[in-house]
Ligand binder design. Structure first.
Ligand code: NAP
Length: 498
């Protein structure tokens, strides 16, 4: 089982011990006491070593050399003496840089020896150079071989995975991780890839290296303690991606249905490069801005709606082939049909001409509705309407157009409870008004519509339906999506947003 290690440093011994107890309570298996950083903050490393026996969790002792971004300023002889004392005092692991192990002398007598190498600027010379380093660690007597590199795009994760899954010449306990946001999945998938341990931080601390997740997220959201090699891997690709609610939604659904799978955020800059490098071991992805059109040519079987719209938000695999879908289009149609039944012959007025508006007009057209588009930048409305043989209207014309269904595909009202894309006094009784904006959950557009006797549909319904349609594809239609749980998860997350 992959262990969770929390790196800690403090100026006071009492804080170090208290944080160790907190790490245990949050689900960590061990703590890494960074004695170089403790010393820099004013705590005598010998006082910490003397307290190892009192620690609530097994202790990994690290006194990091400045050449690998450590805070150690003392001599190598002093460092060697401290490592020997930590070994005698009951440290469970001792981490020494491969580059300095020869000058530090004897290997520990009791503790497991981690030999490590860190590259904070790149991928350590690439796959073969890293393999050589891992082999050199094993040859130098490492119980655990560790390399940490810095990913510049999520495609670099393919190297991390390969080094962990195919340990040619360095079999046994190994840690390979990529730092930074692009490397985050290497920490979250450590259990699936069989790493010896993965590092995580306490929620109120910054961590010791860029990109460390919280212990809480690792344990509860990504189910690290349950992960097994062979679990299926899913994720969301986009840039930026940290704001995405999809990991919460899909991991909650996987856990509820007891599906052996985990879903992670992939911060991707070059989508085709990512999919070529990582696609072979990824079972499915959600796709968000700016990549909804970037992978169209790389998919074996495009969905009908993808062919029509020219944009996709989902890839899944079926019979060894990649399939694309646009579950935004499917979700919009489902939201409207749930309120009004068959859409054919209905008049849909779409406000906006961006990405979501494109999904709206195609959903309407595919279902046989008559579509009109209006947009602040009129020429974009003309282009979008032409895609579905619809009508482009100026804003003045739109105010007079006899719609049955009004859909907001602009970002107006997002984060602004007093703003609406439609005049309050131009709503019509008996119509349907769907706002794709879901922050706030109930927008001014929806409140005005309800007051005027129209039926409102909330944007969060679309968000949940598109995720549910992805979940069904990810699980080969074997599970009904746990819609209530997914809704609760989204509402919880939205309620916690500032
Ligand atoms: P987008 O491609 O950037 O398009 C934005 C649209 O809003 C454009 O038509 C733009 O008009 C218009 N717009 C922006 N500011 C405006 C303003 N002040 N006045 C008038 N029009 C304005 O964005 P998108 O990806 O389509 O997303 C649009 C909204 O959809 C988001 O804000 C989000 O709230 C919502 N959304 C919902 C879901 C869901 O599942 N419910 C999913 C994704 C997005 P111009 O062409 O003139 O710039």
């Amino acid at each position: 089982m992959t262990l969770i290690a929390v790196p800690l440093a403090a100026a006071q011994l009492a804080t170090l011990l208290a944080d160790t107890a907190r790490a245990k309570a949050s689900g960590a298996d061990l703590v890494e006491w960074r004695l170089d950083t403790c010393a820099a903050q004013g705590l005598d490393p010998r006082a910490a070593i003397a307290a190892i026996a009192q620690a609530a969790l097994p202790v990994l002792v690290t006194i990091r050399h400045p050449s690998e971004r450590g805070d150690w300023t003392g001599s190598e002889a002093e460092r060697a003496a401290l490592y020997a004392e930590a070994d005698a005092a009951g440290a469970a692991w001792i981490d020494i840089e491969l580059a300095h192990v020869a000058t530090l002398g004897q290997r520990p007598l009791r503790a497991k020896l981690i030999l490590s190498a860190h590259d904070f600027t790149g991928m350590g010379g690439g796959r073969e150079a890293l393999r050589e380093r891992l082999r050199a660690m094993r040859a130098a007597g490492a119980d655990v071989a560790k390399v940490a590199v810095m990913a510049s795009d999520a495609a670099d994760l393919a190297v991390v995975r390969e080094l962990l899954v195919d340990r040619a010449g360095y079999e046994g306990d190994t840690i390979v991780l990529a730092m930074g946001e692009h490397g985050l999945p290497s920490r979250l998938l450590a259990g699936v890839w069989g790493a010896h341990l993965t590092f995580a931080r306490l929620a109120d601390q910054a961590g010791s290296a860029p990109g460390q997740p919280t212990v809480d997220d690792l344990v509860r959201l990504y189910r690290l303690k349950d992960q097994q090699t062979g679990w299926r891997i899913f994720g969301v690709i986009g840039s930026p991606i940290a704001h995405s609610m999809s990991p919460q939604l899909h991991n909650a659904a996987f856990a509820a249905c007891d599906v052996a799978a985990v879903y992670v955020p992939f911060r991707v800059e070059d989508a085709p490069a990512f999919w070529r490098a990582c696609g072979p071991w990824i079972d499915g992805v959600s796709i968000t801005i700016p990549h909804k059109q970037a992978l169209l040519d790389l998919i074996d079987v495009p969905g009908d709606e993808v062919r029509r719209v020219g944009a996709m938000n989902t890839i899944h695999r079926e019979g060894g082939r990649s399939h694309s879908a646009n579950t935004d289009v499917l979700a919009i149609a489902a939201c409207l049909e749930s309120a009004t039944g068959d859409l054919s012959g209905k008049r849909v007025l779409c406000l906006g001409a961006g990405g979501v508006a494109k999904a709206i007009v195609h959903a309407g057209a595919l279902a046989g509705a008559t579509v009109a588009v209006t947009n602040r930048t009129h020429v974009r409305a003309v282009e979008l309407a032409a895609e579905v043989a619809g009508t482009a209207l100026t804003i003045e014309q739109a105010l007079e157009w006899p719609y049955d269904i009004l859909v907001n595909g602009t970002s107006q009202g997002m984060g602004k409870p007093d703003e609406s894309p439609w005049p309050e006094d131009r709503h019509r009784r008996g119509t349907i008004v769907f706002d794709t904006v879901y922050t706030p959950l109930v927008t001014k557009l929806l409140l005005d519509a309800k007051r005027a006797g129209a039926t409102p549909i909330m944007g969060v319904d679309m968000f949940i339906r598109q995720a549910a349609a992805q979940f069904m594809r990810f699980t080969d239609n074997r599970f009904a999506p746990p819609i209530d749980l997914m809704r609760r998860t989204v509402l919880d997350r939205l309620a916690r947003k500032p």
